[in-house]
Structure formats: C-alpha cells, structure tokens
Design a protein around this ligand. Structure first.
Ligand code: NAD
Length: 260
C-alpha cells in the first residue's frame, strides 16, 4: 500500500514510534527512524526493520531539543530517499509533579520536545509535500490532548497544543493532497508509562500497583492498556487513500477514556 513512499518517524527507537515505523515498513514504505540511545541499540533497531520488511531504513540522530538538527533530519531524508511523504511526529517525554514544584527545566524540555519540535519538522517537510501534492502528517498526541490529569501540567499543555497545531496545519494543507491528524492514545504500556508509575505513586501517596489499577486503567473503561500495534494500525490507516478526507482531527484510541 505504501510502496514508493518515504516516511520519517521521530522517537521511533522504542514504544509507539517503533511500532509505527514497523507498521509503515510492513506496508512497503522506506523509513527514517530517530531517537536517543546508543549507536549499537539504534543500529539494532534499524537493521531489524530493514531485514523484516525489505525496505530502506535509515537512522537520524536528530535531538528533538535542537531545531537545526530537526530541520536537517528532514532535508537529509529528502536527499537520501528523494522525498518525505509521511511525517510522524511521535517523540515525547513526560514528567509528573505538582505545578508549584514543577522544575522549570522539565517544563521547557517537555514543551520543546512534545510541541515545538513538531513545528520545526512540519515546517521543513511541508514544501516537498505541497510540491508533490501528496502528504501525510501524523502527530502522536494523547488523551491528554483532550482532557487533563493532575500533576502533568507541561505534558497536558503541550498535547493540547498539538491538537491546535494539527487543526491549523490541516487547514493550510487541505488543498494540497496532504492530511494532518493527531492520534490520541490512552495509556499504552511502553517505557514512557513504566517510568511514570513510581513518580505518580509518590505524587499521589499510593502504591505502584494502585497507580496502574486505580489511576491508569481506571481512566480506561476497557480496563486494558492500549497496545502499540493498535496505534500503528491507526497510523497506517491514516496514510491510506481511504483516509484522504480525514484531516485536522485528533483521533482518540483510548479504550473509551474521553467518552466519560
Ligand atoms: P518511549 O519512551 O517508549 O519512546 C520515546 C521515543 O522518543 C524514544 O525513541 C526516545 O529515544 C525518543 N526521544 C525522547 N526524547 C527525544 C529527543 N530529545 N530527541 C529525539 N528522540 C527522543 O515513549 P512512548 O510511550 O512510545 O511515547 C511515544 C509518544 O506517544 C510520545 O509523544 C508520548 O507522549 C505519546 N503517548 C504515549 C502514551 C503511552 O501511554 N505510552 C499515551 C499517549 C501518548
């Protein structure tokens, strides 16, 4: 379905981004993966996708805190593959703390990686998409783009910002065969969620098991963590011709969380 298309997926050495990169490669797209990690780890992820799906897979070490590196990730991908047809802005970090104790540096990093980086990569990718008259931009937002939880002020602010940025860019690109959508996952069991269990337990004064059952899964009527493969399946659908008229939306994939 995506043979001949080239994709860049930020934050794709782990978790949701990795599953999306694999999902796009499975459909025949060449993929640029990106993330932090050791050269050995990154090469292991890259080589595995290439071997499993017989597509070109490149690695970009761009740090989403650095605008110059983000722009270079897109131009390097265009040079190496010929185009960037699909951009998945997925890299993200989390920090859990009451607002009055929230470290300024953590606030700045969350806004930079989860929101501002999406501006820089999108800005760099748009001219090529407009010129070719086809593009797909998918932003990994969160249920926290639609509703809030206490102690996640920077994350909720950034993800609400993603929903707004998605709408704006969708309008600007609507006549250029290019859709822009956000996916809003509920709790997906990945390293990002695993890491916040202890901090949430501390912030709320409860045990880690209570965090999983009474905070995270309490929010999700299905009482199940969403899987990374389910998110990847939605991303693949959004890249299909059948999704050509879906643009500007933030699609909840959260087990019914925001229906409540
Ligand atoms: P993860 O921690 O498993 O993966 C994050 C990825 O981003 C990794 O590849 C990491 O190397 C990369 N990354 C982090 N900082 C980076 C930086 N400065 N520059 C480049 N890459 C960087 O996390 P995940 O759970 O898969 O989350 C991925 C996205 O999904 C995030 O935007 C997150 O907010 C969103 N999300 C996750 C959940 C969940 O429950 N896991 C729910 C809703 C939304």
């Amino acid at each position: 379905m995506l043979t001949g298309k080239n994709a860049v997926v930020t934050g794709s050495t782990s978790g949701i981004g990795l599953a999306i990169a694999r999902g796009l490669a499975e459909q025949g797209a060449n993929v640029v993966i990106n993330g932090l990690g050791t050269p050995e780890e990154n090469e292991g992820v890259r080589a595995a996708i290439e071997a499993d799906f017989d597509v070109k897979v490149l690695f970009s070490p761009a740090n989403m805190l650095k605008p110059v590196e983000i722009a270079a990730m897109i131009t390097d991908a265009e040079k190496a593959l010929g185009s960037v047809d699909i951009l998945v802005n997925n890299a993200g970090i989390q920090f859990v703390s009451p607002v009055e104790e929230f470290p300024e540096a953590k606030w700045d990093a969350i806004i930079a990686i989860n929101l501002t980086a999406v501006f820089h990569s999108t800005k760099a990718a748009i001219p090529g998409m407009k010129q070719r008259g086809w593009g797909r931009i998918i932003n990994t937002a969160s249920a926290h783009a639609l509703v809030a939880s206490p102690f996640k002020s920077a994350y909720v602010a950034a993800k609400h910002g993603i929903a707004g940025f998605t709408k704006t860019t969708a309008l600007e690109l609507a006549e250029y065969g290019t859709t822009v959508n956000a996916i809003a996952p509920g709790y997906v069991w990945t390293p990002l969620v695993e890491k916040q269990v202890a901090d949430t337990a501390k912030a709320r004064g409860i045990t880690e098991e209570q965090v999983k059952q009474d905070v995270m899964l309490k929010a999700q009527p299905t009482k199940k963590f969403v899987t990374v493969e389910e998110i990847a399946a939605v991303a693949v659908f959004l890249c299909s011709d059948g999704a050509a008229s879906i643009t500007g939306s933030t699609l909840p994939v959260e087990g019914g969380w925001t229906a409540q």
